[in-house]
Design a protein around this ligand. Structure first.
Ligand SMILES: Nc1ncnc2c1ncn2[C@@H]1O[C@H](COP(=O)(O)OP(=O)(O)O)[C@@H](O)[C@H]1O
Ligand SMILES: [Mg+2]
Length: 161
């Protein structure tokens, strides 16, 4: 399937990337799976921290690289996964991924490409590409009707006049 990028912009700073994440958090209604894609240091965790803020999570959000999954609660439940070290025992935990998908939860997955089979058919992919020390190209192509809707709400939050 050819996925057309719906949203495409340049972030000039970590704060802008976090703000974009915050807007996406505000746009989420629950049930979303967000796949954060990009190389090490691209800004996936920065984006996820912004999403947490947009979802009203007050606890500090750190990279879940070494802990498989971190759970938070805000306006919705917020599950922050990192598939980077998807191997061995951890794989059993990831295999339960579908149980975390719930109508009152948002699942955010860094390195989703390391376990794409767990993500299902529908997800919102956020691609972050390093351009320079402080610049990142961010794209949000949507898969599925739910995400087209989230993307539209994101655009109205992020780009309103
Ligand atoms: N425009 C930007 N957006 C996001 N992060 C940026 C940007 N410019 C510089 N950075 C820096 O890049 C790093 C991104 O780290 P992190 O979010 O942990 O990456 P990842 O989770 O993708 O490995 C941080 O040190 C951040 O300060
Ligand atoms: Mg990270």
């Amino acid at each position: 399937m050819n996925v057309k990028p719906l949203i495409d912009f340049i972030s000039q700073s970590p704060a802008q990337t976090a703000l974009a994440g915050e807007h996406l958090g505000v746009a989420c209604k629950g049930g979303e799976v967000v796949w954060l894609s990009g190389e090490l240091g691209a800004g996936k965790t920065v984006f996820a921290q912004g999403m947490a803020r947009g979802l009203g999570v007050e606890a500090p959000v750190n990279s879940p690289t070494f802990t498989v999954l971190k759970e938070y609660r805000g306006r919705l439940r917020f599950y922050h996964f990192d598939f980077y070290r998807l191997a061995g025992q951890a794989r059993d935990v990831w295999a339960e991924f579908s149980e975390y998908r719930a109508s009152d939860a948002v699942c955010v997955v860094e390195w989703g490409e390391h376990g794409q089979e767990f993500l299902g058919e529908e997800y919102l992919k956020v691609s972050i590409r390093h351009i320079s020390a402080t610049k990142r190209a961010i794209q949000l192509p949507a898969r599925g009707a739910l995400y087209a809707d989230v993307s539209r709400r994101f655009q109205s939050v992020a780009f309103r006049a």
